[in-house]
Design a binder for this molecule. Structure first.
Ligand code: 6PG
Length: 237
């Protein structure tokens, strides 16, 4: 695993540039929900990209319908996919069926992953996974102390008690899938993430900082940060 911490003024623009590189090459991309990546998706929608070579996924979603304000799918659809010309949209856009409930939705997602990547024992190898981090150092919907952190067999699981708002059940990719990726990019901005960043990427890795557990064994890990988010990292990062 290679790990790089990159402190830039506009990490969302940097993330968009890295995602665009994979879009141009074609591949399987899993995007993050939440609010920070919205700007990246807006920027990507404005680029002259052809997404037809891309299978598009989400790293996690809330167990709500696609029209619900909490839906990550809705956010990515509005900020990115719906803004693309119809003939340049992803060849596949995989919505997590959260309305089925956490476990059934996770089972459907795993079936879709197996259809797309193959039904072997090896986890799917995404070309790029975009992740965020919460103030509690969760990532995707892998929260501190949650059983999902210890899942080593299933590729997607339900999360009944998320540690942070919105307090609705979730579905998340598991660490074996995140760690199988060719490239993982964390997009992090804001002073409210500084403590989580210091723990996850500094001096206190471990299950209390789930983002620290993402270690793509045969891939590149890049942490894109703005200065406020990086403020409590030591000199060595
Ligand atoms: C979600 C995300 C979650 C997010 C972090 C950061 O479903 O909310 O997948 O892991 O990336 O909570 O969210 P913000 O970017 O909104 O701070």
């Amino acid at each position: 695993m290679s790990r790089e911490l990159v402190v830039v003024d506009d990490p969302a623009a940097e993330a968009a540039a890295r995602i665009a590189t994979v879009v141009r090459a074609g591949g399987e991309i899993a995007l993050a929900g939440g609010s920070t990546p919205r700007r990246s998706y807006e920027l990507l929608a404005e680029m002259d990209l052809d997404w037809t070579g891309v299978g598009l996924w989400l790293g996690d979603d809330r167990c709500v319908g696609p029209e619900h304000e909490f839906s990550n799918y809705r956010m990515v659809e509005q900020e990115l996919v719906a803004r693309l010309p119809a003939d340049r949209r992803p060849r596949a856009w995989h919505r997590i069926r959260g309305e089925l409930g956490p476990e059934p939705a996770a089972a459907v997602l795993e079936d879709e992953l197996r259809d797309a990547f193959g039904d072997g024992d090896a986890p799917p190898r995404f070309d790029l996974v975009l992740l965020g981090i919460g103030p509690d150092a969760h990532t995707a919907s892998l929260f501190p102390g949650e059983p999902a952190l210890g899942e080593r067999e299933r590729w997607a699981v339900g999360v009944h008690t998320p540690g942070m708002a919105p307090l609705v059940p979730r579905v998340t990719l598991t660490l074996p899938v995140l760690d199988a990726a060719a490239e993982v990019v964390f997009l992090i901005a804001g002073a409210d993430k500084a403590e989580a960043v210091a723990r996850a990427f500094g001096d206190a890795p471990g299950p209390d900082a789930p983002a620290s557990l993402v270690r793509p064994a045969d891939g590149a890990l890049t942490v894109l940060l703005d200065r406020p988010a990086a403020a409590r990292l030591g000199a060595d990062g």
